[in-house]
Design a protein around this ligand. Structure first.
Ligand code: PEP
Ligand code: MG
Length: 560
């Protein structure tokens, strides 16, 4: 935090770009939870109390499911997941057991939820994220049982900026972007569900803002989600200037129609990250030039058994057909860690992020990889479009060689993702075997900085502007240049328009990001010459930390 001329500027990690001004609103008052001490229920009242609880949980689940049905994409998925938590048999059973033992329903809900919170917290990774869902369901059920009304975010008459400790994904999904024009949270990471939904809604978001709880409702704030700053009671003239600049940037963005180039005409394809045919079509409408990352595992989350070759082939063909001859980079199953697949990954590992995930699942079952590659080859045959095929989590040259041989056997173009520092350090050797590299900055930062990518507490370490991460990108891109082979970035870093310019300056030859981010990235890149991108990259690399790197790059690119 800094205070200049009595003006407070709070800083955090920017996630979804944009600059907005408005009065602060906060989520409606927290649900009042029951005291821990209670009088045990008489035996005769317990059955009725159980029924009351069942009805309350079902009312909460029903409302969330209804909202899910009215939503699309990730918003619908998140709302359904929260509804599913309100119907989770384990959670419901744990509450009912307590009621049967004489604990009143509201207290039993709090106790059972805490038991689940403890378990999810100890599991870490994506499971720790479910803690927010459990607490959200707890609050909704207790509110329903005690007549407190549904908790959630307000719907102010005037466009406002929502400040919160953290937001339940279901709350973010329910926001009306006409009334809530920006978000800042004290907690939360860049890859949380809240971040993903805000990105989908195009809502400017800054997370991990220290000191946010001291800003009162009603105060005016300037939320600068390019810079990661929340200015309380800003100077009106300066705020107007920043808003005007942001509007100009938004206008440029609206005019973007691809292809991606720097201002001086150096082609840098801006591609999309997708998971199915619908997403591919939407991304192409948003002027993506193709698919830079097809996350094949996402279609199979929650599946108990391996999909057949035919089932896989038809799913892959759907994306290839949608891409209509444009480049498609398909990633083989990235199972494990934050994306466990029951049929592919070991059930219990002490450190799943360092365990059998990505390409490593083929160690346990090489047939799984072969069958997937057969399905990809079949999809290519059917559609007449041959995708490039890359493996996630490659750590050694031997793995790259083995993967490349299997892909080439099927007449396809092999590549590997650079997500483990060892792959970046030996990028030259990886390129002896494969035809391209794609840098997964989400995992590369997690492994380079030794910080869980889902940890809100460590969001500053996994910030893609970390100079160490940028140095690994530079090393990888330089290897690509020497080999004359393409090196793209497909992690979230490529969705940040300013950072995209820096990545190009570091030498990457394509960018791949969420479809909703394509225009912003393409439009920003079109404003910068390659030489300015290189200068910005050098300035960012030389900075001490992500904040300084961002400021240094912005300084160079604004002057250019
Ligand atoms: C990455 O790690 O940057 C990446 C693109 O893969 P995922 O986010 O799916 O792990
Ligand atoms: Mg990854």
């Amino acid at each position: 935090m800094s205070t200049t001329a009595a003006r407070t500027v709070l800083t955090g990690t920017p996630v979804v770009p944009g600059v907005v001004l408005g009065p602060v609103v906060r989520p409606s008052g927290a649900v009042i939870l029951p005291a821990e001490a209670f009088d045990p229920l008489p035996e005769t009242a317990r059955e009725e109390e159980r029924a009351r609880f069942t009805a309350a949980a079902e009312a909460v689940a029903g409302r969330l499911a209804e909202r899910a049905a009215a939503a699309t994409g990730m918003t619908a998925e998140v709302l359904s997941a929260t509804a599913g938590m309100a119907r989770d048999r384990g959670l419901l059973g744990a509450v009912e057991q307590r009621i049967t033992a004489g604990v009143p329903a509201a207290v039993a809900t709090v106790q059972a939820a805490q038991q689940f919170v403890d378990v999810f917290t100890s599991l870490g990774g994506v499971m720790a994220e479910r803690v927010t869902d459990v607490r959200d369901v707890r609050d909704r059920v207790v509110a329903e049982l005690t007549g407190q009304g549904e908790p959630g975010v307000p719907s102010p008459a005037e466009p406002s900026v929502l400040l919160a400790d953290d937001l339940a994904p279901a709350d973010t999904a329910g926001l009306d972007p006409a009334r809530i024009v920006g978000l800042a949270t004290r907690l939360g990471g860049t890859t949380s569900h809240t971040a993903i939904i805000a990105r989908q809604l195009g809502l400017p978001l800054v997370v991990a803002v220290e000191g946010l709880d001291a800003v009162p409702a009603g105060a005016t704030v300037l939320l600068d989600a390019e810079e990661g700053a929340v200015t309380v009671d800003p100077d009106p003239e300066a705020a107007a200037g920043q808003l005007a600049a942001a509007r100009r940037a938004a206008e440029a963005l609206a005019g973007y129609a691809g292809p991606g180039t720097t201002r001086d005409g150096v082609a840098v394809p801006v591609l999309a990250n997708v998971q199915d045919g619908d997403g591919t079509r939407a991304a192409l409408r948003a002027h993506a030039e193709g698919v830079g990352l097809f996350r094949t595992e996402l279609a199979f989350l929650g599946r108990a058994s391996e999909p057949t070759v035919e089932e896989q082939a038809s799913g892959y063909a759907d994306v290839l057909e949608a891409a209509a001859g444009r480049r498609v980079v398909l990633r083989t199953l990235d199972a494990g860690s934050d994306k466990p697949l029951e049929f592919a990954t070991p059930p219990e590992e002490a450190n799943p992020a360092l365990g059998v995930r990505g390409l490593r699942v083929a160690r346990r079952d090489p047939g799984l990889l072969d069958r997937q590659l057969d399905a990809v080859a079949e999809a290519a045959r059917r559609t007449g479009t041959a995708p490039w095929v890359m493996a996630p989590m490659v750590a050694t040259e031997g793995e790259a060689a083995d993967f490349a041989a299997r892909v080439r056997e099927r007449g396809l173009v092999p590549g590997v993702m650079v997500e483990v520092p060892s792959a970046a350090l030996l990028a030259d050797r990886m390129l002896r075997h494969v035809d391209f590299l794609s840098i997964g900055t989400n995992d590369l930062s997690q492994y380079a900085l030794a910080a869980d990518r889902l940890s809100a507490d460590l969001a500053d370490l996994t910030d893609p502007w970390q100079p160490a991460l940028l140095a690994l990108v530079e090393t990888t891109a330089a290897a690509g240049r020497r080999a004359g082979k393409p090196v793209g970035v497909c992690g979230e870093a490529a969705a940040d328009p300013l950072l995209a310019c820096v990545l190009v300056g570091l030498g990457v030859t394509s960018l791949s990001c969420a479809g909703s981010a394509v225009a912003g990235v393409g439009a920003r890149l079109a404003t910068a010459d390659l030489a300015a991108c290189r200068d910005a990259a050098a300035a960012a690399l030389a900075a001490d930390d992500p904040r300084a790197a961002r400021a240094a790059a912005r300084g160079v690119l604004t002057r250019a």
